[in-house]
Design a protein around this ligand. Structure first.
Ligand SMILES: C[S@@+](CC[C@H](N)C(=O)[O-])C[C@H]1O[C@@H](n2cnc3c(N)ncnc32)[C@H](O)[C@@H]1O
Length: 326
């Protein structure tokens, strides 16, 4: 090994490169200097750095520094949340969190919903609701303004003549605090509409109750809801598959529809890894498991898929479902 080093040192010292004579000093040429001064543009002389003004350069430098500092901060807090989550023992059922977050729920989600354009997606879904409508996991009533109240002749989503609009509305949520907010909002928005009910109940065992809306007990039609709506609810319940199966059983078998707008796993593995890593902390604080595979839950429920759409890198899921015919 040492002889190899000696050989390399000798080679370096005696190589033609090291024996090269020093470069000749350039002669000062006054003609060349005059030529350069005359023909170099004024602009190039006054704007070094490729002509970018110094003010812009300073701004770009400060912005780059600020962005890199912010990214560093985000990464550090992400790592903190991941380690916090690993240390937590979060139960599957975190639905009780909504009892405490109900008063601030709207303010908490408003900005992100606006940024994601969720208002339009809610409107497109809820406009399809017709007949006797049940909304489960209604939360603070963020869909209220999109319902067409009162039945009338019109055209359905496929362009066929049909009776459209809602005959009655029933709002259900496990959290009494959430239901109370929906009720207050509804009464302010639609004081004249009386075919409405509010119940604090588990969506997985909710029964059909249409007596107050003009149905006589035992009537065939009164055994089902025509439309069941749920938005952002499968993430919060301990048994999403069982709940969907139950909702299928109380939906009118022929024309009845279950309309879902949910959030969950993405198309992308990198994003799913982030969702998985942060899921325990998020569930513990907000009562929602945001890494659920909504497609798998729907398939397992056995309901028939009429329509499926996804947005936001695949994390927002919309389904139109109907009970499966046996
Ligand atoms: C993320 S919030 C969504 C609220 C609302 N649907 C929306 O789109 O803004 C989830 C809601 O589901 C309710 N929830 C959780 N488990 C439930 C269950 N088993 N039955 C009925 N509601 C439930 C919670 O109380 C909460 O109001």
């Amino acid at each position: 090994m040492s002889s190899l080093l000696q050989f390399l040192a000798l080679q370096t010292l005696t190589s033609p490169r090291s024996a090269k004579p020093p470069p000749a000093r350039k002669q000062f040429d006054p003609e060349l200097k005059r030529f350069q001064e005359r023909f170099q543009t004024k602009e190039a002389q006054s704007k070094p750095y490729g002509g970018i003004p110094p003010g812009v350069l300073t701004f770009l430098g400060i912005s780059a520094l600020a962005i890199s500092t912010y990214c560093g901060y985000l990464y550090a807090s992400y790592q903190r949340q991941v380690s916090r989550g690993q240390a937590l023992d979060v139960p599957t059922d975190v639905s009780d969190r909504y009892n405490t977050t109900a008063p601030t729920f709207d303010a908490d989600v408003e900005l992100s919903e606006k940024a994601m354009g969720l208002g339009a997606k809610r409107a497109d879904l809820v406009r399809m609701a017709r007949g006797n409508v049940l909304e489960v996991s209604c939360g603070t009533g963020r869909n209220l303004e999109y319902y067409n109240l009162g039945e009338r002749r019109g055209v359905d989503s496929e362009g066929h003549a049909a009776v459209v609009g809602c005959r009655s509305l029933t709002f259900v949520d496990l959290s009494p605090q959430m239901v109370a907010i929906t009720k207050e909002k509804f009464e302010a928005l639609w004081p004249e509409f009386k075919r409405v009910a509010f119940r604090s109940q588990d969506a997985g065992s909710v029964s059909v109750e249409l007596k107050g809306f003009g149905w006589s007990p035992g009537s065939k039609e009164g055994e089902y809801y025509d439309t069941v709506v749920q938005t952002m609810g499968l993430c919060s319940m301990p048994d999403p598959v069982g709940t969907l199966r139950h909702l299928g059983e109380i939906t009118e078998p022929k024309r009845g529809r279950i309309l879902l707008l949910e959030h969950g796993r993405s198309h992308y593995d990198w994003l799913n890894r982030i969702l998985d890593n942060l899921a325990p902390t998020h569930a513990d604080r907000h009562g929602c498991w945001w890494n659920r595979d909504i497609g798998a839950i729907v398939r397992e429920s056995g309901l028939e898929v009429v329509e499926e759409k996804r947005w936001h890198l695949g994390t927002t899921w919309r389904y139109v479902l109907k009970p499966k015919h046996n």
